[in-house]
Design a protein around this ligand. Structure first.
Ligand code: ADP
Ligand code: ADP
Length: 229
């Protein structure tokens, strides 16, 4: 589904953010991307949704070289990738319902679809009773779950979460990871960038590790261990 072939990314200022990186991610996988600050993790996510283009090498998403996509295909790609960030990025003057509904509206959904789909996805993240709240009325963990609902509402083929637990306490981080694992078990491919080694080690999922732009190690999911089953 995602394939990096010898990808190098050099920003205009000369920073080499990724150097000759190759890996692939199959449909249905849960993959952690780890590494110190500045290692190139965010750059990797931006290449997948074509916010950045590789300097050398190819990024293939669903078999297509993202560098060759036409503008309407780029828009379509971004609608089909759910993104979650450390700082939630909710619209503060819109309700939970409206924050999630907006992603559907942009994708061209009818009001009827919105009325059906938003409550469904809020129920999936355990926030069915918060639809009328504004973001500031929610805890950090709840706000992040709204962001996950928004990311999921268009049924993405890939959910990418960049440090989603970076602003959350340990218990809330753990709960959030459980939610992402559940979403993965239901079939969505998940790529999670994280510094939280403790979390990574507690769940047996694949780990891609970056150091100064290079892919340094690839640990497969270990054993048959599956969290929560
Ligand atoms: P990480 O997510 O692992 O912290 P990033 O992918 O954000 O790493 O950054 C990798 C390197 O690229 C860093 O040295 C960073 O300063 C640099 N970088 C990131 N974005 C840009 C940009 N838009 N322009 C120039 N340099 C950048
Ligand atoms: P009621 O229960 O009063 O009939 P609705 O069914 O119209 O309310 O709305 C249910 C939820 O949908 C509420 O959380 C509300 O904030 C939200 N909502 C209503 N209209 C819109 C709209 N145009 N855009 C986004 N959200 C809306």
């Amino acid at each position: 589904m995602i394939r990096f072939c010898n990808v190098t990314k050099i920003y205009p200022n000369g920073v080499r953010a990724l150097i000759d990186v190759s890996f692939s991610i199959e449909r249905g996988e849960f993959v952690f991307v780890v590494g110190p600050s500045g290692a190139g993790k965010t750059t990797l996510t931006k290449l997948i949704c074509r916010e950045e283009l590789p300097t050398r090498g190819q990024v293939l998403v669903n078999g297509k070289n993202v560098a060759r996509l036409r503008p309407n295909e780029v828009a379509n790609l971004r609608q089909r990738i759910g993104m979650v960030f450390q700082d939630f990025r909710l619209l503060p003057r819109k309700t939970v319902f409206e924050n999630v509904a907006l992603a559907l509206e942009i994708a061209g959904a009818s009001w009827r679809e919105i009325r059906k789909r938003v409550p469904e996805v809020l129920a999936k993240v355990g926030l069915e009773d918060k639809a009328r709240c504004f973001p500031h009325q929610l805890s950090g963990g709840e706000q992040q779950r709204v962001a996950i609902a928004r990311a999921l509402v268009n049924r993405p083929f890939l959910l990418m979460a960049d440090e989603p637990t970076g602003n959350l306490d340990p218990q809330t981080s753990w709960d959030l990871l459980q939610l992402l694992l559940k979403i993965n078990e239901e079939g969505t491919t998940v790529l999670m960038v994280t510094h939280a080694w403790d979390l990574v080690q507690l769940v047996g999922k694949r780990v891609i590790s970056l150091q100064e732009g290079r892919l340094t190690e690839e640990l497969p999911a270990w054993g048959n261990y599956r969290y929560g089953t």
